[in-house]
Design a protein around this ligand. Structure first.
Ligand code: SF4
Length: 508
């Protein structure tokens, strides 16, 4: 593993510089420094600002591959000012936000070229390190640019590959089409989290706890949650609720009477009229029963998820999902039998030990089930995940993800009559790819698009819920967090409600 040091004399774009270097050296141990140190690094960067330029210098050790590059070097990026862009005092100072973005683009463009030279590789998403590339394309289309102009900008300014450029533009256009009849900027969505799962998956970094440990307190949890539902509905009175998403965790870890109690409370307080979508992410097949699905069917739920992640039994065991492939199939058939006509299935590629043939096997079995949408995730191992914590135990295992696998998932989705409709990236994704949602016509998950576009508030209830309040058409986002710990959530529910009340009052 390489050791990289980044010395920041200018910290203006510290996060962006770090993320781009990390994307090129995903396995490296990266140290951010604010003072020179004596430590030995395989590669050392120094980020400075000198008058009208940002300067990034590097020095590499002998052991770094791509030895044909110089041992030392530097790149410069121009500092963009109001004068450089032609803005002047008469017209008003250029929007500080826009100016910052131009400077960020300038430094990332130069740094990307340097990293390509140092590593000999390129990245599918070019110098974009953010998690919402389709939002970038959407913004350009909304500003009046034609698709061809957006493509040119993504290729030339952000150095995105032709394939990913096409994907981002296709998705941005489909999102626009799906959202065109929803006055979403004046509405909001509701997220309700159920933080329990039958077992904890190896790669999980969500706020989720084993059901076994909390089984005796789920009634208390639902009680606290219903209180938060009632109080929040009063705060949001008069505002238009567009979508509801019940996720987690695994919502179907709740018992049928708890599901009814929660959904009744939501119906009586927020109401279900005029919803564009109502999703319950059933999720783990080992939590789904006929009684629970029947309870959900009593409410106007429009979309559910039954998530296999993989259809390879040996992988399910490795990743700690204590259910079988057959359970996934049974849960899916049961949902169809009960009349659910919009079922999503989540898949993960890049799982430990899985090669393209195993992914193909999963896709074939999913194709036979014929869901209405699939979401293909590229494995991302976050710091909190057990997979990272027990790294050594799994280091012998291959984690394979490549463009061929991504292409196969896309090809299969198209063959199943689905097209891509939403996209996001996460940090630490295997191969630096993306998560893509594919759906048949009229079966796309609207909430998924809204959360990516960040144009409407998402009010999140439950332990670990993170509400996003949107100001100034998405230019500023304020978060209000609920505590993650279930016990704390229950005992401090009044405090959670007050936090929300204060933040929502400012937003209103
Ligand atoms: S089902 Fe999802 S939320 Fe639950 S443990 Fe697995 S990854 Fe985490």
């Amino acid at each position: 593993m390489y050791k990289i040091g980044i010395l920041f004399e200018n910290r203006e774009f510290e996060h962006d510089v770090y993320e781009l270097i990390k994307a090129f050296y995903p396995e490296a141990e990266i140290h951010t420094l604010y003072e020179d140190d004596e430590a030995e690094y395989d590669l050392r960067f120094r980020v400075e600002r000198e008058n009208d330029n940002y300067i990034i210098k590097y020095e590499r050790a002998e052991n770094l591959p791509n030895q044909e590059t110089e041992k030392k070097g530097a790149i410069t990026a121009e500092v963009i000012t109001d004068e450089t862009t032609g803005e002047n005092a008469e017209c008003g100072i250029k929007d500080a936000h826009a100016l910052r973005k131009e400077n960020k683009d300038s430094i990332k463009y130069a740094l990307y070229q340097l990293l390509v030279k140092l590593t000999g590789k390129t990245l599918p998403w070019g110098n974009l390190t953010g998690i919402r590339p389709a939002k970038l394309a959407m913004g350009m289309i909304e500003s009046g640019m034609k698709n061809t102009e957006v493509a040119q900008e993504m290729r030339e300014k952000y150095l995105v590959s032709p394939q990913k450029t096409a994907l981002a533009i296709t998705i941005a256009n489909r999102e626009r089409e799906i959202l065109k009849d929803i006055d979403y900027e004046n509405g909001y969505s509701l997220y309700i989290g159920i933080p329990f799962c039958p077992s904890i998956c190896l790669y999980c970094s969500f706020s989720s706890y084993p059901l076994k440990v909390w089984e005796k307190r789920t009634d208390e949890y639902v009680e606290a949650l219903c209180k938060e539902v009632r109080e929040t509905a009063l705060m949001m009175k008069g505002k238009k609720l567009d979508t509801i998403y019940i996720g987690g965790g695994t919502p179907t870890t709740l018992l049928p009477h708890q599901i009814r109690k929660l959904l009744n409370t939501v119906g009586e307080t927020f109401g279900f009229e005029g919803l564009a979508e109502f999703t319950v992410e059933a999720g783990r097949p080992d939590s789904i029963t006929r009684e629970k699905l029947e309870a959900i069917r009593e409410y106007p739920v429009t979309r559910i998820s039954v998530n296999p992640q993989t259809m390879n039994q040996e992988t399910l065991e490795i990743i700690g999902r204590k259910h079988t492939v057959d359970q996934t199939k049974e849960a899916f058939h049961l949902a169809r039998e009960l009349g659910f006509d919009n079922i999503n299935m989540d898949l993960i590629v890049g799982l430990p030990g899985e090669d393209i043939y195993m992914v193909e096997r999963t896709l074939e079995q999913v194709r036979e089930l014929a869901p209405d949408s699939i979401t293909v995730h590229s494995l991302a191992v976050k710091r909190a995940a057990r997979l990272n914590i027990f790294k050594e135990k799994y280091q012998e295992m291959s984690f394979e993800n490549n463009q061929e696998i991504m292409d196969l998932t896309m090809k299969t989705a198209y063959e199943m009559g689905m097209g891509p409709y939403y996209l996001y990236r996460q940090k630490n994704m295997k191969g630096n790819f993306e998560n893509v949602g594919y759906a048949k016509v009229d079966k796309a998950g609207i909430y998924n698009i809204l959360i990516m576009e960040e144009k409407q508030p998402i009010i999140a209830l439950g332990a670990g819920g993170s509400s996003k309040l949107v100001f100034d058409h998405g230019k500023r986002i304020e978060r209000v967090e609920n505590v993650k710990d279930v016990s704390n959530y229950i005992s401090r529910i009044d405090e959670m409600i007050e936090r929300k009340r204060k933040a929502i009052a400012i937003w209103l």
